[in-house]
Design a protein around this ligand. Structure first.
Ligand code: GZL
Length: 350
């Protein structure tokens, strides 16, 4: 009997030892953020290799996108997904906020809980980010702003802004409009503004006014948000035409989608867009190049949405411990008139 008990004890002790050894090797990857050890596995599906094990060295990026309000926004999403979504260097976690800041804040908290390596945020509006960005900072997760800026007291709450100079875009739009119509011609302008509170809307308005306010012949007689969408742009332009129809000489639209809506409204009103009413807009999507080529719009101020490669490079540099620029600017140009639009169309990438 004693011999049997001894054998049972040895068997039990061996099995316990084996179990403990197995459990210890499985905990190696279970480190908390910031103490990532060699071979730490990352969560998420797209980072798995053939055997279903998550690749240990993928950079996990959580991207909170605003929504799909415009052709420009869709092009930006495609650029980020193309560059980071199908890559052996990155695992992309993507969230579409349907234009709501509270959904972006929820997405950021989810990325923090998942311990992503980098957060990319396209902030729908400039304010209201301090709390959640402080949580990201406390979790040791760097935040890169994409295409729109934010207003925060503590500048360390984000590492970099990848995007355009919206003030310059507004200034260029105004300069080209005055060049087109003539600085001595009395010109009444209606303005279709972007999303209320968005940095791209605020700064495009500021830049345009910087130039217009220098010339007494040019006046903005009406301004209203069209929320960067085609449908709202059409609706607001219909209202402008109803109240000031024959008194409108030009439209300044903060993006092409609203300009395309305005073109429809002007045609339905019985006037010729691009001729009776001149139009300048920002972005440079394919449809506006078609409209300018057809003489229905006049000036395109380019704003590049293809930010995926710059985001990828910035994330890689951050993970390699390199300094990155505080403002990673996108180079852009302006197109005026049908001939320039026709020449540029074949090479447009969005
Ligand atoms: C610009 C971006 C703007 C685009 C619009 O960086 O914030 O938002 O101009 C988009 O088309 O809706």
């Amino acid at each position: 009997m004693k011999r049997t008990n001894r054998l049972m004890f040895i068997l039990f002790a061996s099995l316990t030892l084996l179990f403990l050894l197995a459990a210890c090797s499985g905990q190696e990857g279970a480190s908390s953020k910031g103490e990532k050890k060699e071979g730490t596995t990352t969560s998420g599906t797209s980072g798995n290799d053939a055997e279903g094990n998550a690749s240990p060295d993928k950079i996990v990026v959580g991207f909170s996108q605003i929504g799909a309000e415009s052709g420009w926004r869709t092009a930006e999403t495609e650029s980020v997904k193309e560059t980071l979504g199908n890559s052996d260097e990155f695992e992309l976690k993507f969230s579409d906020a349907q234009q709501k800041q509270e959904n972006q804040i929820k997405a950021l908290r989810s990325f923090i809980a998942q311990k992503v390596d980098v957060i990319a945020l396209a902030p729908v509006v400039e304010s209201g980010w301090e709390t959640v960005l402080t949580e990201a900072k406390d979790a040791g997760i760097p935040v890169i702003l994409l295409d729109r800026g934010i207003e925060v007291e503590d500048e360390s709450l984000y590492t970099s802004f990848i995007g355009s100079d919206f003030v310059l875009e507004g200034e260029n739009g105004a300069k080209e409009l005055i060049n087109l119509i003539g600085e001595d011609v009395e010109t009444n302008i209606v303005e279709l503004q972007g999303t209320v509170g968005a940095s791209s809307a605020n700064d495009r308005m500021k830049g345009f006014k910087n130039v217009i306010d220098q010339n007494d012949n040019y006046k903005i007689i009406k301004s209203q948000t069209g929320d960067f969408t085609r449908s709202k742009g059409k609706e607001v332009m219909e209202a402008f035409l109803k109240s000031d129809g024959d008194n409108i000489d030009a439209v300044y639209a903060h993006n092409d989608d609203m300009a395309l809506g305005a073109i429809q409204a002007i045609e339905e009103y019985g006037l010729k867009p691009g001729e009776d009413i001149k139009i300048v807009s920002v972005d440079g999507i394919g449809d506006i190049f078609e409209a300018v080529a057809d003489g229905k719009s006049n000036i395109i101020v380019e704003c590049n949405p293809l930010l995926g490669p710059q985001l990828a490079q910035a994330a890689k540099d951050l993970m390699a411990g390199k300094e990155i620029e505080r403002w990673i600017k996108t180079e852009e140009t302006v197109f005026v008139g049908a001939e320039e639009a026709k020449a540029a169309l074949p090479d447009r990438q969005y």
